[in-house]
Design a protein around this ligand. Structure first.
Ligand code: ADP
Length: 685
């Protein structure tokens, strides 16, 4: 193809890719917009000033960050804004790696040259390379002649722009570590802009942008709630959420929409109203793209929150006290001159939910900062790590550092140690390391000889365990003892009597004292009014059956059991007693899982929530059944779950939940089965 033809095709494409968005269509990126105004628009508008002082204006900006965070959107909006600012018509040329690559040798380079020529001729102009990593990968790593030649051509063309004002090159990539480093030197892509996953506030702004033209917009408070509900959503996920909410609204208001043949249902767009519930339904239908890749930034789940919320708040408040700047979104750092670095060491085991719950929740509170997990996979591509440390401010997490250390070669250990030592106090990086047994010797110098916040993770307290089990016993979800009792009271009297006959012995024998040991504070929090619980009648425990010995008929489901039992045993320590407890808990759970998989939908449990008024009602009630539930709750907290780490509490929760699910149609057999289950655990605890 001749150069002229190529030029024409470029112009055609430039017309086709004419951007329609401006900065008002971009949400949550006000700081990025400000930087772009300062680095691109102002120098171009006042080029004479820069020429007078003999200062070169920036030639290129590199946008990088996760997909769907608005890189392409901002590049397009920049061109529109420049048209507004009085540059005359700004041409916008958008190319992806694949648009430029050609199967014929030398053709890709020709296309690139033609593109730069056209852009120079039609300046002011913006050349936007989407997916730059595909076009200009690291030359030595790729080692392929075609890419080497393209990168060299691109470098030469960008250098050639030095003498031409009015042409800006923007590159966008999701994998900055794969872009050839020569392109990132000054004079080429001078500025690098990180596009993070949006923070809660930014998500709210993006939602507002997508609803700009709606007649009926959700209330401000609901938007804040929705923003909090969409952790891990990028801009395009939020756009998809709005589209899904619209679909939900259409289905709600026009239920026949799917049944009727095309065009039969006429929808009046102006009458369609998207309700808050449509958004909630839409949220349930969507998985954010960051979660598909394995999400390591998330809130404490509502079930776990009672156990960890307090410790999480303590950790966050201490970090905030020492290094408040990490919590400020647009803090201006004078890098190198002040002490910015933060070092946190969290000591605890996986059984305590450190890596699974606490670290992701810490990151969720710092979601405006890019975060990197330094684990074994990162060691395969060290570029990711060295690039990340240029990404300031940021959070570097080294989870289970003692395990990681035993896995790494000595040279890799040295690499990490020296990398950490290179991060001097003037860099705003928050380093969060977690370990269970001992911090590796090489890292002790780094953490212990410097200002480090060392926090031990504790097992949940009694009050926390109480709160944790409240929904299961008194909550109003379908899977609680409270609901089972309500359903039982609605069943015909005859059936109830039969049931009572068959199970009254067991229930009576396990009746606890009804003395009022728990009092509810006006705030609704449960407190203990006496330190020790008096149990008036001794418990009749179930015969001390070894459930493992009679489990041959209910064969272990090894696949399901595998991870649970093994990890529990390893983490519990080696004592026979603890091992047995783990196995029993896991066996009980697995037994129930087989039933549940047939009977219960996975979402059902999540609807349970605390109902503290019911606790009081049960405590004060004259009703023997309500007393049974109250006493079982106390027994679970004070005897069965005493001194349990979080992971065991979760298994116990699931075991009780499974029991309820299996026996919820028969209240007395549910009570009996729960008593037996608790006895089995208590015996081995
Ligand atoms: P990227 O180039 O980072 O992969 P895009 O810019 O192509 O992502 O975003 C895809 C779509 O997501 C956009 O067209 C826009 O509708 C929406 N979007 C992403 N980020 C934002 C944002 N900050 N504000 C408004 N919409 C956004």
């Amino acid at each position: 193809m001749s150069a002229m033809k190529q030029e024409k095709s470029c112009e055609k494409i430039s017309k086709r890719t004419k951007p329609a968005t401006d900065f008002s269509k971009v949400g949550g990126l006000s700081n990025h917009i400000k930087i772009l105004r300062d680095t691109i628009i102002v120098p171009l508008l006042h080029n004479n000033v820069y020429t007078h002082f003999n200062i070169k204006t920036p030639r290129g900006v590199l946008f990088y960050g996760p997909p769907g965070t608005g890189k392409t959107l901002v590049a397009g909006a920049l061109a529109t804004e420049m048209n507004k600012e009085g540059f005359g018509k700004v041409s916008f040329y958008q190319r992806k790696g694949a648009d430029v690559l050609d199967k014929w040798v030398g053709e890709s380079e020709k296309k690139l040259r033609a593109l730069f020529e056209t852009a120079t001729k039609n300046r002011p102009s913006i050349i936007f390379f989407d997916e730059l990593d595909g076009l200009a990968p690291i030359r030595s790593a790729k080692n392929d002649h075609v890419h080497c030649s393209i990168v060299t051509t691109l470098l030469a063309l960008m250098d050639g722009l030095d003498s031409v004002a009015g042409v800006i090159v923007i590159g966008a990539t999701n994998r900055i570590e794969s872009v050839d480093p020569a392109l990132r030197r000054p004079g080429r892509f001078d500025r690098e802009l990180y596009f993070p996953l949006p923070s809660t506030e930014a998500r709210k702004e993006i939602l507002q942008v997508h609803m700009q033209t709606w007649r009926h917009k959700p209330a401000n408070t609901f938007l804040s709630y929705l923003a909090a509900l969409t952790t891990g959503f990028c801009g395009s996920d939020l756009q998809a959420l709005c589209a899904e909410a619209l679909l939900c609204a259409m289905k709600r208001q026009y239920p026949n929409i799917q049944k009727c043949p095309l065009g039969k249902v006429k929808i009046e767009a102006s009458e369609l109203r998207i309700d808050d519930n449509d958004f909630i339904d839409a949220r349930k239908n969507l998985i954010p793209s960051s979660h598909k890749l394995g999400n390591r930034i998330r809130k404490l789940s509502p079930i776990i929150a009672p156990l960890l919320q307090h410790q999480l708040e303590t950790i966050l408040s201490r970090i905030k006290m020492l290094w408040p700047h990490f919590f400020m979104q647009f803090y201006k750092y004078l890098i190198g001159s002040e002490r910015y670095i933060g070092r946190v060491v969290l000591v605890g085991s996986s059984l305590q939910g450190l890596t699974a719950h606490i670290v992701p929740a810490i990151l969720q509170n710092l979601e405006h900062l890019p975060a990197l997990f330094l684990d074994a996979t990162i060691m395969q591509n060290k570029n990711i790590l060295s690039n990340f440390c240029k990404n300031l401010p940021s959070v570097l997490v080294i989870p289970r550092v003692d395990d990681l250390w035993s896995f790494l070669e000595i040279n890799e250990q040295m690499y990490i140690t020296s990398l950490l030592e290179d991060i001097h106090a003037g860099l705003p990086i928050l380093i969060v390391a977690t370990y269970e047994e001992e911090l590796p010797l090489m890292l002790q110098n780094f953490f212990y000889n410097n200002t480090s916040l060392v926090i031990n993770i504790e097992n949940p307290t009694e009050t926390e365990v109480e709160d944790f089990f409240v929904p299961l016993f008194f909550g109003d979800s379908s899977n609680s003892l409270n609901s089972a009792l309500l359903a039982h009271k609605r069943t015909p009297a005859k059936k109830a009597c039969e049931t009572l006959d068959s199970s009254s012995k067991n229930t009576r024998s396990s009746k606890y004292a009804t003395s009022k040991v728990y009092k509810l504070k006006p705030s609704g929090k449960i407190t203990k009014s006496r330190s020790n619980l008096a149990i008036k009648r001794p418990l009749k425990l179930a015969p001390n059956k070894d459930i493992l010995s009679h489990s041959s008929s209910k064969r272990f489901d090894t696949e399901l059991l595998g991870c649970g039992a093994e990890s529990l045993c390893t983490l519990c320590g080696s004592t026979e007693k603890k091992k047995r407890l783990s196995l029993i808990l896991t066996e009980l759970l697995q037994r129930s899982i087989r039933y549940i998989s047939r009977r219960k939908s996975p979402n059902e449990r999540s609807s349970s929530h605390r109902n503290l008024a019911l606790v009081r009602e049960y405590e004060d009630s004259e009703d023997a059944d309500k007393q049974k539930i109250f006493n079982l709750w106390r027994r679970t907290v004070l005897r069965t779950a005493k001194d349990m780490p979080l992971a065991h509490l979760e298994v116990l929760y699931d075991t009780i939940s499974a029991c309820i699910s299996i026996h919820k149609d028969n209240f007395y057999s549910l009570i009996k089965s729960l008593e037996e289950t608790l006895s089995e655990i208590e015996d081995d605890h």
